[in-house]
Write a protein that binds this ligand. Structure first.
Ligand code: PHE
Length: 342
């Protein structure tokens, strides 16, 4: 069946139409209801269930190829008519044939926006490994052994070496950065993270975070508040309200969760904000002195703040995407809607 589809595609590609009749032949053969492609759609019912999706996608691509070729053939005929009338002089002012461009993935767009906002206030971007050891992902970050907080993060361990795991947050890059030299550090870390969750509209085993850290002399909670306040206004608009709620993370003390006024109902109450008018966008806090010591930074001399947010979450609030699975399914009908972003 695959071969048949490929043969039709070859035929489409090499088809030439110099006359109106040939164009009509093309239409009958590849576009009309009784075309070979139409027949393929009819065969769908004989395809085993598990192959239906792949086959459907193949013939859809074929159909699109047939249609765009049809447009090109029409344009070609029009042009040759024009140039014949023009005594074979080409019209150089004609617009060129359209190019179908792709779109930026919404998560890429949001990640780039976050980077842009923080870069403008002096943060650089750091990167680190997705396959990480226990020390960088947990121990250095003040997760004591057998502490329940480790369990909260549903970790994927590497079977052959239980000391290795898929990072559960991008905080491992904070450890690596702090361990790499002397402060000041002012950096954000975007990246992919993994948690052992069943895939549903609201949870996924792979998602993206951006974390940030600022360590220097005399960094205070005011710096944390103001930085994230600035971020929220830049990302969601200046009417956005921001609030900080006390929270707990092993690696920060004090810790705060950051909420913004709900982007969907503007604070009136809706399903997304569970009728509270607020939605959570990030976790944050002052870097715990233990974490600084673990990374050979003197907590008497230096202080710092850190924060972390989910890129999917920010994209959900910005674009009202209500199913996380859409981000990874590569469905062009979803992706096409972001064409105007860049
Ligand atoms: N690492 C935390 C998480 O994955 C987020 C966070 C980062 C919180 C830095 C506070 C400070 O949920």
């Amino acid at each position: 069946m695959k071969e048949k589809v490929e043969n039709i595609l070859d035929e489409i590609k090499s088809f030439k139409a110099q006359t109106q009749d040939e164009l009509e032949q093309y239409r009958m053969k590849f576009i009309s209801k009784k075309s070979v492609i139409g027949e393929l759609f009819g065969e769908m019912k004989n395809i085993p269930n598990e192959e239906k999706k792949a086959f459907g996608m193949q013939i859809n691509t074929l159909k699109e190829a047939a249609q765009s070729k049809f447009k090109a053939l029409i344009a070609g005929l029009e042009q040759s008519k024009d140039s014949a009338a023009d005594n074979d002089h080409e019209d150089l002012t004609l617009p060129s044939a359209g190019n179908s461009l792709g779109a930026v993935h919404p998560l890429t767009y949001v990640r780039n926006e976050i980077i842009r906002i923080f870069e403008r206030i002096g943060f650089n971007v750091s990167d680190g490994p997705e396959i990480e050891d226990d020390w960088h992902n947990f121990t250095a970050l003040n997760f004591p052994e057998n502490h329940p907080a480790r369990e909260m993060q549903d970790t994927f361990f590497i079977e052959k070496n239980p000391d290795m795991l898929l990072r559960t947050h991008t905080s491992n890059v904070q450890t690596r950065l702090m361990n790499s030299g002397k402060p000041p550090f002012r950096s954000i870390m975007p990246g992919r993270v993994y948690r052992n969750e069943a895939i549903s509209a609201r949870a996924h085993c792979v998602f993206h975070q951006v974390e940030g850290i600022y360590v220097d002399k005399e960094v205070s909670f005011v710096d944390l508040k103001q930085t994230l306040y600035h971020f929220a206004k830049e990302m969601f608009g200046k009417d956005t309200e921001v609030r900080y709620r006390p929270s707990y993370f092993p690696f920060t003390e004090p810790s705060a969760e950051i909420d913004i006024s709900c982007q969907i109902c503007k604070g009136d109450g809706c399903q997304l904000c569970k009728y509270t008018g607020w939605v959570e966008i990030a976790g944050s806090g002052m870097v715990d002195p233990n974490v600084l010591s673990n990374c050979n930074i003197d907590p008497e001399e230096y202080t710092g703040f850190a924060f972390g947010m989910g890129i999917e979450r920010i994209a959900q609030l910005k674009f009202r995407v209500n199913d996380l699975r859409l981000y990874t399914e590569n469905d062009v009908r979803f992706l096409k809607q972001f064409r105007t972003l860049h």
